[in-house]
Design a protein around this ligand. Structure first.
Ligand code: T3D
Length: 261
């Protein structure tokens, strides 16, 4: 890969780093294509049981690369909907629907689609110096990459509206206080702490993928639909090898050793 770093570390964690630090990891077409390939590998490879997404350098991701040829047209009206359809929607859907936990380590500014890509992940840990900015309004665009779905659900409509209409910076500590992200850590500890979380999640039982599915669907389900879904997912979890192992380990008073099946 040219624009991302992708490796499978020990203990079942895949590490995916956005790697255009001079452009604050803004996303161009080539980078999107590489991300699609890497995510396909994360889905297909059973040895990968958790994903850690982060950025190289002082930024996490500044959203769309505004210098990319597809953004600055040659006089023809642009169809930005195409970029959304081809790249951003599949990317945030893949992260959200991935049947494996995704930890996002926000190492610096997360702007525009970069902020919303972080919100599509399951656990977001941010460096104390990081901040989030819904930069779209500054360049005459609409928030995308799932932002209008995630943001009001995470922090409420009043705060989401203010952030999206004003485009103000939201420092990581405030984001943590508002419940936008899981935790803020000191800058120098970010990678280590995020990796620790991802390693822990990589040891989780099969039921974790089902739990993620239940929580994702609860955003749009009615109460009746949600409890019916819990019943169906519990039925599946109850048939898993990991459930048997969990019960055995409990009875034998030892730590369970789950294999994700
Ligand atoms: O197809 C479509 O276009 C639709 C999809 C849209 C999705 C979107 O994400 S739209 C929103 C795009 N993002 C932005 O509007 C954010 C633009 N960037 C900024 O506002 C600022 O750079 C930041 C607030 C993120 C950081 O500010 P600061 O002062 O820390 O850094 P800087 O000096 O502005 O940027 C450092 C370098 O990164 C600079 O390059 P240089 O001058 O050192 O060579 C800058 O041009 C580059 N950079 C930052 N953001 C982008 C970028 N280059 C390309 N695209 C960017 N988005």
């Amino acid at each position: 890969f040219q624009h991302i770093l992708f490796s499978i570390c020990d203990s079942g964690v895949a590490l995916l780093c956005l790697n255009r630090p001079a452009q604050l990891n803004s996303l161009n077409e080539a980078m999107h294509l590489e991300l699609q390939q890497a995510l396909a590998e994360v889905i297909a490879n059973p040895a990968i049981r958790a994903l850690l997404l982060t950025g190289e350098g002082r930024g996490f991701c500044a959203g769309q690369d505004l210098f990319d040829g597809s953004v600055i047209g040659s006089g023809e009206p642009l169809d930005l909907g195409q970029t959304i359809e081809r790249f951003y929607n599949p990317l945030v859907s893949a992260l959200r629907d991935l049947p494996k936990p995704v930890v996002c380590a926000v190492n610096g500014v997360a702007a525009g689609a970069g902020a919303n890509i972080a919100l599509a992940c399951d656990l977001v840990v941010a460096a104390r110096s990081a901040y989030f900015v819904q930069a779209f309004c500054k360049i005459g665009l609409v928030p995308d990459a799932g932002g209008t779905f995630f943001l009001p659900r995470l922090i409420g409509t009043a705060r989401a509206k203010a952030l999206m209409l004003l485009g103000d910076k939201l420092p990581a500590e405030q984001a943590e206080q508002w419940g936008l992200i899981w935790r803020v850590v000191d800058d120098e500890l970010l990678r280590e702490e995020a990796l620790m979380l991802a390693r822990k999640l990589a040891k989780a039982p099969y039921s974790l993928a089902l739990t993620k599915q239940a929580l994702n669907q609860s955003a749009t389900n009615s109460f009746n639909e949600q409890v019916a879904l819990e019943r169906d997912l519990q039925r599946k979890a109850g048939q898993s090898e990991d459930f048997k192992e969990g019960i055995r380990a409990f009875m034998q008073k030892r730590e369970p050793k789950f294999n994700g099946r």
